[in-house]
Ligand binder design. Structure first.
Ligand code: MN
Length: 252
């Protein structure tokens, strides 16, 4: 069993260290992660500047690029083999609903998925690393389930897992969920720089808009571990006929 670990908070983040410690005896486990915090970098690849791979004293390799860069480089030459699983995280904060579009944690896992490797992304619901050990234990359990053949869904697949910040004994069983939705983000924040220029800071993500029963928001609010299977096809399949009628109707 070969496992590739990455994240978006950077190779020194407590979440990736906890994830590695939780998985390291389950097989051959390697870490290739961004040098800096790359949260909200989604699936971005670095095409116009060179990337360098360095190795930290603990064996983790780190790259001056994005989460997707790290997994891409690992899978296209650095590792020299195809891992059986890509695991990303554990992220400092939730990746639910519309967050998944922006998430570098999901982006790293998605890069594995796009290369045909089963992948999981793990996030803690609240920032600050409280009860990180129980999120790591959840990750270990899910990887063990995979190893025992319990996730033998036709490959490839991509699971987005969000774990409430609770002690392990207080966590409710995992729930298979769909993504909720968020309201639009908060207003941009402006400040004046020391040189008199206006600086813009992207505001916080909006609050949950659809957190109804069955969503990731609902499950985690109730204390459950949320597991959402993701796909990459952005096509609005239900609208294909309507668009064909609307556009062919006027163009023909
Ligand atoms: Mn992050």
């Amino acid at each position: 069993m070969n496992i590739l670990i990455s994240n978006d908070d950077g190779y020194q983040a407590p979440g990736i260290v906890a994830l590695y410690e939780a998985l390291k005896d389950l097989g051959h486990v390697e870490v290739v992660a961004p040098e800096q915090n790359n949260s909200a970098k989604s699936n971005a690849l670095t095409l116009h500047s060179p990337l360098y791979v360095h190795q930290a004293a603990n064996g983790f390799r780190y790259i001056n690029g994005t989460p997707a860069d790290c997994v891409h480089i690992a899978l296209t030459g650095l590792l020299g083999y195809k891992p059986d699983l890509v695991v990303s995280g554990i992220n400092n904060g939730a990746n639910m609903g519309d967050d998944t579009i922006y998430s570098g944690t999901v982006g790293a896992a998605m890069e594995g998925y796009l290369f045909g490797v089963p992948a999981m992304a793990f996030s803690q619901v609240e920032k600050g690393w409280a009860h990180l050990d129980s999120a790591a234990a959840c990750a270990r359990e899910l990887v063990q389930t995979f190893m025992q053949g319990g996730l033998s869904h036709p490959s490839p697949w991509l699971l987005n897992v969000n774990v409430p910040n609770r002690a392990k004994a207080e966590l409710k069983p995992l729930r298979i969920t769909r993504l909720g939705r968020r309201h639009a983000a908060e207003r941009v924040i402006t400040q004046l720089s020391p040189r008199g220029e206006t600086m813009y800071w992207i505001g916080s993500a909006g609050p949950a808009k659809d957190d109804s029963d069955g969503t990731d928001f609902h499950a985690t609010f109730q204390g459950h571990v949320s597991v959402t299977p993701l796909q990459v096809d952005l096509t609005e399949h239900a609208a294909l006929d309507a668009w064909a009628q609307a556009l062919h109707g006027t163009n023909e």
